[in-house]
Design a protein around this ligand. Sequence first.
Ligand code: ZN
Length: 402
Amino acid sequence: MIEKKKIVFLICSFLALSACTATVKEQETIKEKANRIAQDTIILDGHIDVPYRVNNKWVDVTKATKGGDFDYPRAVKGGLNAPFMSIYVPASLDNSPQSTKLADQLIDSVEAIVARAPDKFAIAYRVTDVEQHFKAGKISLPMGMENGSPVQGSLDTLKHFYDRGIRYITLAHSQSNHISDSSYDLRRQWNGLSPFGKEMIKEMNSLGIIVDISHVSDAAFYQAVELSQAPVFASHSSIRKFTPGFERNMDDEMIKKLAEHDGVIMINFGSGFVSGIARKWRDERTKQANDLASVFGADSREVKDFITKYNEDSPYPFATLETVLDHIDHVVALVGIEHVGIGSDYDGVGDSLPVGLKDVSTFPNLVEGLLARGYSETDIKLILSGNALRVWKAVEAFADRP
Ligand SMILES: [Zn+2]
């Protein structure tokens, strides 16, 4: 009897152990699979603010850097292949010679990165460049201009920036400019696009520059999408449903319209973009700080003390990888897998990045999360670059037509 019990016990232990080993193996397999997909697939990110970061405080991103969200070793670890370098010009410089000069200097800084490490990086001017660099084991650095202000109302200057490698232009940034109204700006001086903005979109189509509708007002979005004869994208925007009232993100009607025109929304990872709670946390702090500033002054001790206390009393409610996945799921449920991509805003959203997606080395986590949610490898490849490259190709094809 005792012997029989012992045998049963041994069999059970063996079965439990095998079950346990099988589970561990399965988990390892998902991780391994995620890593393999991240390494085997072109990962294109619609928006990374390396040029402005380097301009602010110079670092050599061809080597490991302390701080920041991007450098070569971390990009390699994450499997990142084509981060659009953001040529970002602040709204305060609108339509001025300084804005044009700054844009040229930031383009110079991307060229300097490539010149310093031509074995690691290359500027991508066309989709075929991205594909060839990927095969050659180099990271492509395509360039997008965030804020059309450096164009200064001149189609010749637009051509100048195309010639220097700019392949998308975010029409406006945080303020209404000479091209378009901005989602962040209560002034709606054009009720959408300016007359020059409308002319500029036609010329962007002819040259082969993607129209980027991140940042613009809703009215400007609808006008741009109707006017553009090639698909448009949002280089770094998230879903308004999760951040009610935040016009910088896209609502469901806009996403449907974007999809009708074969466009792509590339999800911004910043906690304030993907989480309503994080958004509220910052809005509340800003509101109270502004109230104090109007009495004591913006640089007063009262304002500084308030911010310190606010941060201590309620630590920042970071979003997580799962929150970002919810945004991807929402677009897929609404308009299908062909209309979503990634536009992390790394190096552009400070320390507000979600848990699990803290820098460019973490793309395999995103892939693992997508696998866990049941996305196939084919679907994941569309999200990682397939969709964005389709838009870029269509824009090239329109410009190349006889
Ligand atoms: Zn931005």
